[in-house]
Design a protein around this ligand. Structure first.
Ligand SMILES: *[C@@H]1O[C@H](CO)[C@@H](O)[C@H](O)[C@H]1NC(C)=O
Ligand SMILES: *[C@@H]1O[C@H](CO)[C@@H](O)[C@H](O)[C@H]1NC(C)=O
Length: 217
């Protein structure tokens, strides 16, 4: 893969922020389960809720003067489940821990022509954050790949950015929450200890026929 200029810039920031390296094991992991104990299914819709109380689910928002909602945030209210996502695992239908997968918002993004596929981007300050307009599938940018890992707390999971294909130089890194200025938004980005709040999550199957899902498909 020949990195474009933007990719080279991202390389730089990945080095600059890779203070907490970790490696995905060669194992194929184990099935990720939702809060009902059911295995997650590829292509189905789930809310990514906070594992700790007092915070909401993951959603999309605008940043600064943007007219389009395209950065991934955590809702600050526990009452908001956020927007459901689909997990699209690499070369398999198993949503296992430690398997590379694409993540895509199930809903059309309000006011935004972009795709709902997650990718790592440098949109906010010096931090690398998770945004939308990625492309799912093999052969696309390796900034579009994530994994789910078991967290230390019982039953909770962590989300990681984890490039595919694997490289020697870019390590998998936890996604955590950071803040920018006083806009009150809880942005999801690559962990930079000291400035970030840990993000531990659980998954709840989205009921497309009710609740506050409001699927706009
Ligand atoms: C997912 O995990 C299960 C149980 O450990 C295993 O049997 C299966 O092969 C794994 N799937 C993949 C694609 O690695
Ligand atoms: C938003 O626009 C105002 C006025 O043009 C500008 O001063 C400000 O820096 C912009 N904010 C961001 C985050 O770009």
């Amino acid at each position: 893969m020949k990195p474009a200029l933007a990719t080279v810039t991202l390389f730089f920031f990945l080095f600059a922020f890779s203070t907490k390296p970790s490696h995905v094991s060669a194992s194929t992991g184990e099935p990720v389960v939702d809060i009902s104990g059911e295995k997650l299914k590829a292509g189905e819709s789930y809310y990514i809720l906070s594992a700790v109380s007092g915070r909401g689910g993951l959603s999309f928002e605008d940043f600064g003067n943007d007219t389009c909602f395209h950065v991934v945030v955590q809702e600050s209210s526990e009452l908001s489940k956020g927007k459901p996502v689909k997990f699209l695992p690499l070369n398999s239908n198993d949503v296992n821990t430690s398997i590379n997968l694409n993540v895509e918002f199930s809903d059309t993004i309000i006011g935004c022509p972009e795709s709902g596929v997650w990718k790592i981007t440098k949109r906010i300050s010096e931090a690398l954050n998770v945004g939308t307009n990625g492309v799912a599938g093999v052969g696309q940018s390796f900034f579009n790949w994530f994994t789910i890992e078991k967290a230390e707390s019982d039953g909770a999971y962590k989300l990681k950015f984890c490039p595919y294909p694997e490289t020697e130089t870019i390590v998998c890194q936890d996604l955590d929450i950071f803040f920018y200025g006083d806009d009150g938004k809880r942005y999801v980005g690559l962990a930079n200890p000291g400035q970030f709040e840990t993000l531990e999550v659980v998954f709840e199957k989205a009921d497309v026929n009710g609740g506050d899902a409001e699927m706009s498909r």
